[in-house]
Write a protein that binds this ligand. Structure first.
Ligand code: NAI
Ligand code: MG
Length: 490
């Protein structure tokens, strides 16, 4: 078993040599304005905030803080573009623009990956292999639907809604922008999108891509700022459709604000997914899946497998193998191609995670962290597991959004289902077994939008994604994702 001592030996003798991705090919301006009506403009009030690199705490750029007047301008530009160009354009023509955006993202993939990792702290391996290719794939996928909506909704007519107001979080900055913008454009809507305040850079790069693709001015507007800017977009009377991804708390505020308006909305909120391992599972494969489920992207994943349920007869084996595997995970420089776990996105998020580590211990849980060293500067959290926890513990019930796994055991099939469903959330789940019958029973019994079987955290633009209960309203992705952006007639 890997101990702190032989971990050092591993590093010294057998560790990987540093393999940092270069940054000389990227361009980040010292300051960014708001992207409104096809150009970058200064915010009316002239205020800016910093975005930092969470791995070094160094400032990367100054970002415009949009006020109500700026949001007004962006919504007006989107309305005008909807009325005069985008809403009237032949669907096949719209498709061509969206294909062009997809291709430019692919051409600039390396730049996008590096900027994503710098601004948000995620390992370059993920931004390079997951975020950026999937973002391009979403644009490709929805470009294809632009002129085929009559097949998506047979016998009905699908009309655009108008202006979509979209607010996204910091865990998958470019990918969430793609999830929101691609279906909106394909259906003939125009967009005002706000990225998260800690990770605005790739959305601003995407604004450049829209401009380079020759997208008519005003079709996509990128407005930066914090919660107040988000609220201004969502509450703007000129917005016809709201799409939000973020915390359940803010989701609640938005849902209340939208009640009684005619705005259509989708909310993609938190999660506390159960990853369930049966004794008949391929254990080594399951351990990899557990690691991927909770440590992927520092656990900054709404569908993270943050609760593990292991059948009692294999619990010792699974936990012991998991601990061994945790010792081999490399925590550190997000730009190093060997890194498995990057930086926590912000100081605030790190403080939240650390407070949960204290809570977990004070509730009587047994905490185990890998022994790896972490850099002195920046925001870091070692991969962490809690054993000896019970259903009522806060680390079992609440979304932590960090690399922290709560482990419990079960004996019977029904017990696993009951425990898995004992949560206010219902976004995703995982099951590990060699019996197809168990998989089918599980997918019908666990109340979650996505259930992965013998794998975890797999995404594809063709599959719908979204939650039950407090995990949200509506679906994004796939054919279902079009529904949120059209009004259907006969
Ligand atoms: P948040 O929900 O405050 O932020 C998400 C986005 O909403 C950001 O763009 C933010 O500027 C915007 N926003 C904030 N207040 C708003 C308001 N009143 N109206 C409209 N937009 C508003 O999430 P935060 O504070 O960054 O993270 C807190 C916790 O939320 C995390 O620890 C995690 O548990 C959860 N979270 C869940 C996400 C998910 O994908 N389901 C993503 C991000 C956070
Ligand atoms: Mg940042």
């Amino acid at each position: 078993m890997a101990t702190p001592e032989n971990k050092l030996a591993f590093d010294g003798g057998w560790g990987y040599a540093p393999a940092p991705e270069s940054t000389d090919h990227i361009q980040v301006k010292k300051r960014y304005g708001l992207f409104i009506n096809g150009e970058f403009v200064a915010p009316e009030k002239g205020s800016y905030f910093d975005t930092v690199n969470p791995a070094t705490e160094e400032k990367l750029s100054r970002i415009a803080d949009a006020g109500d007047a700026d949001v007004d301008k962006a919504v007006a530009a989107a309305r005008e573009a909807y009325r005069t160009t985008w809403g009237r354009m032949k669907p096949a023509e719209r498709g061509k623009y969206i294909y062009r955006i997809a291709r430019i993202i692919q051409e600039r993939a390396r730049e996008f990956s590096v900027i994503e990792s710098l601004d948000g702290g995620k390992p370059i391996r993920e931004s390079r292999d997951v975020d950026v290719p999937l973002a391009a794939a979403h644009f490709f996928y929805y470009a294809g639907w632009a002129d085929k909506l009559q097949f998506a909704f047979p016998g009905r007519t699908a009309k655009p809604l108008g202006v979509a107001g979209q607010v996204i979080p910091w865990n998958f900055p470019l990918l969430m922008a793609a999830w929101k913008i691609a279906p909106a454009l394909a259906c003939g809507n125009t967009v005002v999108l706000k990225p998260a305040e800690t990770t605005p850079l790739t959305a601003l790069k995407l604004a450049e891509v829209c401009r380079d693709a020759g997208l008519p001015p005003g079709v996509v507007n990128i407005v930066t700022g914090a919660g107040a800017t988000g609220a201004a977009i969502i509450n703007h009377p000129g917005v016809d459709k709201v799409a939000f991804t973020g915390s359940t708390n803010v989701g609640r505020i938005i849902q209340k604000a939208l009640a009684g308006t005619n705005k259509k909305y989708t909310l993609e909120l938190g999660g506390k997914a159960a990853n369930i391992v049966f004794a008949d599972a391929a254990i080594d494969q399951a351990v990899e899946g557990i690691v991927n489920g909770i440590f992927f992207n520092q656990g900054h994943v709404c569908c993270a497998g943050s609760r593990l349920f292991v059948q009692e007869s294999v619990a010792d084996e699974v936990v012991s193998k998991l601990k061994d595997r945790m010792e081999t995970l490399i925590v550190g420089d997000p730009l190093d191609k060997n890194t498995d776990i990057g930086a926590i996105n912000s100081r605030m998020q790190l403080e939240k995670i650390e407070s949960y580590l204290k809570i977990g211990k004070s509730e009587g849980g047994e905490m185990h962290q890998s022994a790896c060293r972490v850099p002195k500067k920046g925001y870091w959290c070692r991969p962490t597991i809690f054993t000896g926890v019970s259903q009522s513990n806060r680390v079992v019930q609440e979304e932590i959004f960090g690399p922290v796994l709560a482990i419990q055991t079960f004996r019977r099939f029904d017990e696993a289902i009951t425990k898995a469903n004992n949560t206010p959330y219902g976004l995703s789940g995982g099951i590990w077994t060699d019996k197809g019958s168990k998989i089918f029973k599980m997918t019908q019994s666990v109340r979650a939008g996505v259930i992965w079987a013998n794998t975890f955290n797999k995404f594809d633009p063709t599959s719908p994604f979204g939650g039950y209960k407090e995990s949200g309203v509506g679906r994004e992705g796939g054919l279902h994702g079009l529904d949120a952006y059209v009004k259907l007639g006969v």
